[in-house]
Ligand binder design. Structure first.
Ligand SMILES: C[S@@+](CC[C@H](N)C(=O)[O-])C[C@H]1O[C@@H](n2cnc3c(N)ncnc32)[C@H](O)[C@@H]1O
Length: 369
C-alpha cells in the first residue's frame, strides 16, 4: 500500500468502480502508474480494485495532477461532496470530468497519454458496448443513428431529446454527439425541446394526474444551460404543440435526418405532440429511428392506456406506413432497465425501404453496439 508517502500522479480517478477499470483497459493505460485511484469516502483508502489500491487523498500531491475523473454514478451528476473536497485542495474545477462526460474525458486522456481517438470508430463502439460512461440509453441510441447514417452515406444525423428540464440529459447527449462527431467524422446535430416552465396542466386521466402536476420540473436556468451547449445543439423553448411544427419547417433535417429520439415529456398530451417529430417528410428521418421511452412502465400506475405508451399506440394507428415497435435490445448484455425501454420507429415510406435507393444495412445488428 502506498498510503504513507506522497504520490505525484498525472490523473486521479475518484470513486473508481468496475467501469473506470474497463475504460483504462480499453485505452491500454490500465497499468500506467501516472494514474492513481482514490476516494473521499471514510475508510476507503487501502481497498483494492483489480490490481489497484485506493490511496488516501492526503497522500496525493494534487499540484502535480492534470486531470481528475469522477467515476461513480450520481443521478443528479453534481457530485457536491467530491467537488468541495477537490476545491479545498485548490484543485481547479475545469480539470475535473465525470463519467457523464465521455468526450471531455477522452480528449483529456488522449492529450495526456496519446492513444488514437480522432476518427477511431472502433474506440467509440468499444466504449459504448462496454458501458464505461453514462447515459447508455443515449449513447446506444446515438451510435445506432450515426452508424445507420454512415451506412446510408449521409453527411449527418440529428439526435433529439423531448423534455429537457435541468439539461443534464441534453448536455450528456451533446457529449455523446461530440464523441461520435470526433470518431465517425459525421455532422451530428442535437435538438432539445422543453416548455422551460415545467409540465403543462394534465387534461384528464390519460395524462396521469395522479403522478404529475402543472409547473413541475421548471428549467432552473435557461441562459446558463444555453451557454453550456455546443454550437451544434439547438434548444427549442415552448410547448411542443407549437415548437415541433415550426422546427419541422425550419430545420435542415433532410440533410441531417432524425436518427434518435428521447421521449421524456411525461404527459400523454405532450407525447402526442412530441411524436409529430416522427411524422414529417420521410427523408427527415432515418429508415429506423431509435427511441428511448422514459415511462416504459417503471411506475405501477403506468400502462398502455395512458401517458407515452398511449401516444405511441395512437401514432401507430394514425400512420399507416410508420410503426413504433418496442424492442428488447442488447440480449447479449447484463440486463439493465433501459434495455426494456427502447423502440424503433420504422419508416416504411422512406425511399430506402421502398427499394428506391441502395443501402448497406445488411449486417447492421442492434446487439453489436
Ligand atoms: C422528466 S423531465 C425531462 C428530463 C430530461 N429528459 C433528463 O433526462 O434530464 C420532463 C420535461 O418535459 C417537459 N414537457 C412536458 N410537456 C411538455 C410540452 N408539452 N412541451 C414542451 N416540454 C414539455 C417539462 O417541462 C419537463 O421539464
Amino acid at each position: 500500500m502506498r498510503t504513507s508517502s506522497v504520490t505525484k500522479p498525472t490523473v486521479v480517478v475518484v470513486a473508481p468502480e468496475e467501469r473506470s477499470e474497463k475504460l483504462l483497459r480499453l485505452l491500454n493505460i490500465y497499468d500506467d502508474d501516472r494514474i492513481v485511484y482514490t476516494s473521499f469516502e471514510q475508510g476507503a483508502a487501502g481497498r483494492t480494485l483489480g490490481r489497484r489500491t485506493l490511496l488516501s487523498p492526503t497522500s496525493i500531491d494534487f499540484k502535480s495532477v492534470e486531470h481528475v475523473l469522477i467515476s461513480s454514478f450520481d443521478v443528479f451528476q453534481e457530485y457536491p461532496d467530491i467537488h468541495s473536497e477537490l476545491a479545498s485542495r485548490g484543485f481547479p474545477r475545469e480539470k475535473v470530468t465525470s463519467i457523464f462526460q465521455p468526450h471531455q474525458t477522452l480528449l483529456t486522456l488522449e492529450r495526456l497519454f496519446g492513444f488514437p481517438y480522432k476518427s477511431n470508430r472502433d474506440l467509440a463502439q468499444a466504449i459504448i458496448f462496454n458501458d464505461v460512461f453514462e447515459r447508455l440509453n443515449y449513447a446506444y441510441g446515438a451510435i445506432l443513428a450515426v452508424e445507420q447514417a454512415r451506412r446510408l452515406d449521409l453527411a449527418g444525423v440529428t439526435l433529439v431529446e423531448t423534455g429537457v428540464w435541468t439539461g443534464r440529459g441534453l448536455r450528456n447527449l451533446c457529449e455523446w454527439a461530440s464523441v461520435l462527431r470526433h470518431t465517425f467524422d459525421l455532422d451530428v446535430q442535437v435538438s432539445g425541446f422543453d416548455t422551460g416552465a415545467g409540465l403543462p396542466k394534465c387534461t384528464d386521466w390519460r395524462d396521469h394526474p395522479e403522478l404529475w402536476q402543472e409547473g413541475e420540473m421548471v428549467m432552473p436556468d435557461l441562459n446558463l444551460l444555453r451557454s453550456q451547449l455546443p454550437s451544434f445543439c439547438t434548444l427549442e423553448i415552448g410547448d411542443v404543440a407549437e415548437t415541433v411544427p415550426r422546427y419541422l419547417q425550419q430545420s435542415n433535417l433532410k440533410s441531417r435526418p432524425i436518427g434518435f429520439f428521447a421521449l421524456d415529456v411525461d404527459l400523454y398530451t405532450s407525447s402526442v405532440d412530441a411524436l409529430k417529430l416522427l411524422e414529417g417528410h420521410p427523408e427527415t428521418l432515418l429508415p429506423a429511428v431509435g427511441i428511448w421511452i422514459d415511462d416504459s412502465y417503471v411506475n405501477v400506475m403506468q400502462n398502455n392506456f395512458c401517458g407515452e405508451a398511449l401516444a405511441i399506440a395512437e401514432y401507430n394507428h394514425r400512420n399507416h406506413l410508420r410503426k413504433i415497435d418496442p424492442k428488447k435490445v442488447r440480449p447479449n448484455h447484463q440486463p439493465m432497465l433501459w434495455h426494456y425501454c427502447f423502440a424503433f420507429a420504422h419508416i416504411f415510406d422512406h425511399p430506402v425501404r421502398q427499394g428506391q435507393r441502395p443501402s448497406a444495412l445488411i449486417g447492421f445488428n442492434h446487439c453489436d453496439y
